[in-house]
Design a protein around this ligand. Structure first.
Ligand code: FE2
Length: 201
């Protein structure tokens, strides 16, 4: 059984996101890594007496999507902030994919930011469905912007996540109030390293 290790991220000083905010958030990320490991170990332990532990086993199984996706989404999130902001990928492959769905890059950005304002805790993701796409014929993968409640509710199976924005309050409440969510979203985009997003295609 794999024991997951928390990753170190090479984060510069960020604009509009304090060192304290990032420190608190990385601590929570570490928690998801630990709980992904603990969950797997606990399940194996409980299965030694599966009859007696039937209810507990089922409860633990239901938590896997929460812990694992919590771990992985945070890795996608922090990797995007590594090495500093870079220019928007206008005219590049990412632009072509999102413009094919949303009209142009600005419309895509607006739709993404509007989705991020969804009430509640969760994530806004951009993912692409590459099933049945023949790039040799110039076909473009289908882009989706989705709201993921918690870390797992609303995930689009077998699509590839290109961009993920953490909209849990823990992601911004050291620096912003809930009423300032839009400012946090703007701060995120100011620090986003688009070349990381582009490389995921
Ligand atoms: Fe988070």
């Amino acid at each position: 059984m794999k024991k997951y290790q928390a990753k170190d991220f090479n984060l510069p000083d960020l604009k509009g996101l304090s060192a304290k905010q990032i420190e608190v958030h990385l601590g929570l990320y570490n928690g998801y890594v630990n709980f992904t490991n603990r969950l797997q170990e606990t399940l194996e332990e409980l299965k030694k007496d599966s009859e007696k532990n039937a209810y507990a086993i089922e409860s633990v199984r239901r938590r896997l999507g929460f812990e694992f996706n919590g771990m992985r989404l945070h890795e996608i999130y922090f990797e995007q902030l590594e090495h500093g902001a870079s220019e928007e990928p206008r005219g590049k492959a990412l632009d072509e994919i999102v413009s094919n769905k949303f009209g142009d890059f600005d419309n895509f950005l607006n739709e993404f930011k509007n989705t991020a304002m969804t009430r509640g805790i969760g994530w806004t993701i951009l993912s692409v469905d590459e099933k049945g796409i023949d790039t040799a014929k110039g076909e473009v993968p289908e882009a989706f912007i989705a709201w993921i409640a918690d870390h797992e509710l609303g995930q689009l199976a077998d699509t590839k996540i290109l961009l993920a924005l953490d909209m849990w309050e823990h992601a911004f409440m050291v620096d912003y109030t809930p009423a300032e969510k839009a400012e946090y979203i703007e701060a995120f985009f100011k620090n986003l390293n688009w070349s990381v997003v582009e490389e995921r295609i």
